[in-house]
Write a protein that binds this ligand. Structure first.
Ligand code: ADP
Length: 270
């Protein structure tokens, strides 16, 4: 590998592109370090629920004379195994999003298609918390993307808004146009995020309050997934928050104008 890099450097050297190859090497080192960190984090994150399941199984075996205790342990086993399954699924999702073909089903659609499906997917969680979700703005705005991914992104933001808010509060899902951008925002009246955590919440496995995240079945991957989906679509995700007052996450996607890819229009005269 070293040889190949050196050969390439020489090649580029003669055409005066040394800086490019230097950047390339630093970037590939950085990518490798991030990958190693990710694997270490995954192992750690998987060990927690697996360890809990092990201890709970032993507790069930030891408490078989006490049906109330057995039921309590069994219910915690259900919680841990659900979280474990979600963690594995999200790790797979994340690696797909970073794969060779990150946008397999690209097509134009109206924002409302994404929002409606995301609201549907989080309806039960909202009901359980007596949280009302209001959808406002211009749902006709067109975006181009992978519908499944965009629904996942908005549903993850809604899920968080619901998880980190007190019962009976309101979540507003808005969509509007700003220049050539479609802004999809999820605003809650929840616990908010401290300033020191704000810029880290999009990192994989970063949680402002690990105990709370675990209790709500969180994996710490939801926002990392949203960020990758935004990037794959040429967009960005950002957050505004005030502790104790609430948070607003905004997903900005390019407005679909219809003339940038023939494959996505059906030969209309655009
Ligand atoms: P998790 O599975 O822990 O929710 P995420 O990646 O979705 O993981 O979010 C990372 C962290 O960001 C959460 O653990 C939480 O501390 C914080 N967070 C995310 N969304 C919100 C929100 N709407 N209100 C308050 N905190 C939030």
């Amino acid at each position: 590998e070293g040889l190949a890099v050196r050969a390439r450097a020489r090649l580029l050297d003669s055409s005066g592109h040394v800086a490019v190859i230097v950047d390339d090497i630093t970037e590939s080192r950085r990518v490798e370090a991030v990958r190693r960190d990710f694997v270490a984090n995954i192992s750690h994150e998987l060990k927690t629920p697996v360890g809990a399941l092990h201890v709970l199984a032993e507790a069930v075996a030891a408490a078989c004379e006490d049906p109330v205790a057995v039921r309590r342990f069994a219910s915690r086993m259900t919680h841990e195994s659900t979280r474990l399954a979600r963690l594995v699924q999200e790790i797979i999702d994340l690696s797909r999003l970073q794969g060779a073909d990150p946008l397999p089903n690209l097509r134009p659609m109206r924002a409302s298609a994404v929002l409606t499906e995301a609201v549907d997917r989080t309806r039960l969680a909202a009901q359980a918390q007596a949280i009302s979700v209001a959808v406002i703005g211009d749902g006709d705005l067109p975006v181009c993307g992978d519908e499944g991914q965009l629904v996942t992104a908005v549903a993850n933001l809604l899920d968080n808004a619901i998880s980190y808010s007190p019962r009976g509060t309101r979540v507003v899902l808005g969509v509007r146009r700003s220049g050539e951008t479609v802004e999809i925002s999820v605003a809650d009246e929840g616990i908010g995020i401290a300033e020191k955590d704000l810029e880290r919440v999009f990192e994989r496995f970063y949680r402002a309050d690990p105990a709370r995240s675990r209790a709500t079945g969180g994996t710490g991957l939801g926002l990392a997934i949203v960020k990758h989906i935004a990037t794959n679509h040429g967009g960005v995700v950002s957050v505004w928050s005030a502790e104790g007052a609430g948070s607003t996450f905004t997903l900005r996607l390019p407005l679909f104008t219809g003339d940038d890819d023939d494959a996505m229009t059906d030969g209309s005269d655009e």
